[in-house]
Design a binder for this molecule. Sequence first.
Ligand code: GTP
Ligand code: MG
Length: 406
Amino acid sequence: MGGSNSREEIGPLSNPMFFSPQELKDLECAFELGAIEEINSLIQEKVNNLKSTELHIAVTGEAGVGKSTFINAFRGLRSSDEGAAKSGNTERTMKPTQYKHPNFDEVSFWDLPGIGTTKIPFEQYFSKMKFELYNFFIIISSGRFTKNDASIAQNIKSLRKNFYFVRSKIDNDLRAHQLSHAQANNDAELTKIRDYCTDGLRKAGISEPKVFLISSFQVNDFDFPELKETLANNLDDIRKDIFLRTLPSTTSKFVEQKRDQLKNRTWILAAHAVSLGAVPIPGMDIVCDLGMLVTAIEEFREFFGLDDASLQRLANVTGKPVEVLKSEVKTSLAGEINKDLVKSMLLRSRYVDTADNMPFLKKIPIIGPRYQLGKSQKITENLLNDILSEFAKNAQRVVDTAFDTD
Ligand SMILES: Nc1nc2c(ncn2[C@@H]2O[C@H](COP(=O)(O)OP(=O)(O)OP(=O)(O)O)[C@@H](O)[C@H]2O)c(=O)[nH]1
Ligand SMILES: [Mg+2]
């Protein structure tokens, strides 16, 4: 029997989230042999990796272009909210200031002081801001494309790091355009602004420049959603994972992206819970660490922004009463999640039956660690996938209500 399992039969391993091909092979092998210790250490290493990875995003540009406001918008906060970056024409940012996500502190936005002010001479800006420390940059400009914008772009390019050029306050531009034209054409105006910035970047020596037009007061409009998506998709697997966690669910596309990202994780989480567990669950012939599952499910809930704190933040920025948003969360996992609740979900025969009918399990002798691990893993994974779908459905409803979309 041993050694006949192809990756396809085991299934989830075909998705190599976080693992190199060699690591996957080792893991597969350990599962085949029922080598709990080894599975545990392989997975634990990845989990530690995931926990210790950080992402530092610097937001730079000239003074007053909307850097602080942009960071708040990205984090789903208004300027007056607790923990928000101070913004406004009288609230100048004087030194690099770190803003961590309230729930997930692996991702930080760095609000940098404006370039080209009398406080920090231009020549000292780049060394003082320690550009080499950040993973990528967002350059914000709000009006004319300037020499300073060009210098920042060139400097980042010379460090071989990524930057994204954001043209902010587009709402103001369109308002002015409408007021000053008898027959306003918003699309044409947007194209004009985009071309103008792209041109400036090209002249500064940036090939294939891309410009995102945004308003920090309309996070679902213009290029804001595309900007978020682009940032996420340009990150490696682990950083994409932590970055997506910190994005508030504002459109159905983000909910889907979050669901897909977490789906990559259910196999590994289930394998981890099972390998850590080795505690039989009474009335059931599976092993699993329930405490670890509780944590994982809570994390899923936060990932989708369905926890109380996230819902409150969404209520603040959308102006919808938090009770209205909460009433869209219709799941037994909305309140306290504890071991008993998870256990009762695991005990549902549906999961057990499904697991017993798994093709790969039918090939394994019914007694022995390999069968028990395989079955436990599958049951746990099925449960996590179901929970994921349920959270995604709820998050979708919340988004529709929060932003009046359908
Ligand atoms: N209409 C509109 N106003 C914006 C937008 N972004 C920022 N503002 C306004 O622009 C002003 C300056 O915004 P800040 O976010 O403080 O700018 P900053 O780049 O952080 O400024 P410094 O820290 O001084 O460099 C504030 O009054 C904001 O409300 C936007 O997208 N649309
Ligand atoms: Mg500022």
